[in-house]
Write a protein that binds this ligand. Structure first.
Ligand code: TYM
Length: 330
C-alpha cells in the first residue's frame, strides 16, 4: 500500500483537542488503507529550549498518546525521529536545495519568533527537517492541520526541485487537510487557532485534563449575541467551532446538527458538545493509564517502530546519496 506519514512535536505533556481532531483522528482512519509512519519529532522539539528530563518524558507521553488515540502499533510505525539518523542527514541535503529567501517566507518562523521563541538557525531550517521526514518514506499522503499547509508546499517544491536537478528520486507528497477540523479554534478566542503556546487555560482542551474541567471550559466557551445555532465561520466563529468539534467526534454532519439544534439554545449545544468530548476522552485517558503502567511495552513499540522506519529510510537515503553524487561508503 502507499505510504502515509505525519508527526507531532513533544513540546507539552498533553496533546490538545486541535492535535487530536486536526491530525490524530485522521491518522487512525488512514492507517487502514496506508502503510503508516508516525514519528514523535523530538529533533524538531529541540527548537524549543527544554530541560532534558522534561523532553524525555514528553517524548514518551506523546508516543503513548498516539497509541491511546487509536494508532495501532502493530500496523503503524510509532517511533522517535532521532532514532532514525537519516532524518537529520536528508535535512542537510534539503537545506542545500533551499534558497534563503524561500526559507525566509515561512510564516511559522515569523509567528513563533514574534511570540518570543528564540530565533535559532534550527528554528529557521525547521521546515527542511520536516520535508526530510516526509520525503524519506516516499510518502504519498500527509495528514495534518491547516497550520502545516505552507510546510507541505515547500516539501513538494523541494521534492520536485530535487527530481529536476538529480533525476526522478523522490515522491511528491499530497497534503490531507480536512476542511473544518483542520483548524480547531481557541474556546475563548474563536478567531485564533487552539495552540499549546497561544491559548489561555480556559481556551484550550488538553486530552489529559480532568474531564470535569474540560466540560466546564466547553460550557464557558465564547459564542455570540444571537441565538441561532448555525455554521457561519465569518460571523459565528465560536458556534461554528463547537459544531465542528461535535461533528468530528460524533460523525453527525454539521447540517444534521443544525437541524437537530434548530430552535434550541447555546446552553444545549455546549452541554452536548461537552458530553461528546468527554465520551471520547474517558477511554483515551484509560488507555493512557495502561500504557504508562507498562513502560517496557512502550519501549518495545518505539524500538520496533524505529526498526521498521530505518529499513525504509536507509533505502531512500542510499538512492538520494547516489543521485546527488556522494560516494558509496564501500
Ligand atoms: P505540531 O506538533 O505543532 O502539531 C501536531 C499536529 O496537530 C495539528 N494541529 C491542529 N489541527 C487542527 N486545529 C488546531 N488548532 C491544531 N493545532 C495543531 C498540526 O497541524 C499537526 O498536524 N511541524 C509539525 C510536526 C511535523 C510534521 C512532520 C508533521 C514535523 N515533521 C512531518 C507532518 C509531517 C508540527 O509542528 O506539528
Amino acid at each position: 500500500p502507499p505510504r502515509i506519514l505525519s508527526g507531532m512535536q513533544p513540546t507539552s505533556d498533553s496533546l490538545h483537542l486541535g492535535n487530536y481532531l486536526g491530525a490524530l483522528v485522521n491518522w487512525v482512519k488512514l492507517q487502514d488503507e496506508y502503510d503508516a509512519y508516525y514519528p514523535v519529532v523530538d529533533l524538531h522539539a529541540l527548537t524549543v529550549q527544554t530541560e532534558p528530563a522534561v523532553l524525555r518524558n514528553r517524548t514518551r507521553l506523546t508516543a503513548a498518546q498516539f497509541v491511546a488515540g487509536g494508532v495501532d502499533p502493530e500496523r503503524s510505525a510509532v517511533f522517535c525521529q532521532s532514532h532514525v539518523p537519516e532524518h537529520a542527514e536528508l535535512a542537510w541535503i534539503m537545506n542545500c536545495l533551499t534558497s534563503f529567501g524561500e526559507a525566509n517566507r515561512m510564516t511559522q518562523f515569523k509567528d513563533k519568533t514574534a511570540k518570543g521563541q528564540s530565533a535559532t538557525v534550527g528554528l529557521f531550517t525547521y521546515p527542511m527537517l520536516m520535508a526530510a521526514d516526509i520525503l524519506l518514506y516516499d510518502t504519498a499522503v500527509v495528514p495534518v492541520g491547516e497550520d502545516q499547509r505552507q510546510h507541505l508546499e515547500i516539501t513538494r517544491d523541494l521534492a520536485e526541485r530535487f527530481n529536476t536537478r538529480f533525476g526522478e528520486t523522490l515522491v511528491v507528497p499530497e497534503p490531507y487537510i480536512v476542511k473544518g477540523s483542520a483548524k480547531i479554534m481557541d474556546l475563548q478566542d474563536p478567531t485564533s487557532k487552539m495552540s499549546k503556546t497561544g491559548s489561555s487555560p480556559k481556551g484550550l482542551i488538553d486530552l489529559m485534563q480532568d474531564p470535569a474541567r474540560i466540560a466546564k471550559n466547553i460550557r464557558s466557551a465564547v459564542t455570540d449575541t444571537e441565538a441561532e445555532i448555525r455554521y457561519d465561520v465569518e460571523n459565528k466563529a465560536g458556534v461554528s467551532n463547537l459544531l465542528v468539534i461535535h461533528s468530528t467526534l460524533s460523525g453527525t454532519s454539521v447540517e444534521d446538527l443544525e437541524t437537530s439544534f434548530a430552535g434550541r439554545g447555546y446552553g444545549d449545544l455546549k452541554k452536548e458538545v461537552a458530553d461528546v468530548v468527554v465520551a471520547a476522552i474517558e477511554p483515551f485517558q484509560a488507555r493512557m493509564g495502561q500504557l504508562l503502567d507498562d513502560p517496557a511495552e512502550l519501549d518495545r513499540i518505539l524500538a520496533s517502530g524505529a526498526e521498521r522506519a530505518r529499513t525504509v529510510a536507509q533505502s531512500t537515503m542510499a538512492r538520494v546519496r547516489e543521485s546527488v553524487g556522494l560516494l558509496p561508503a564501500g
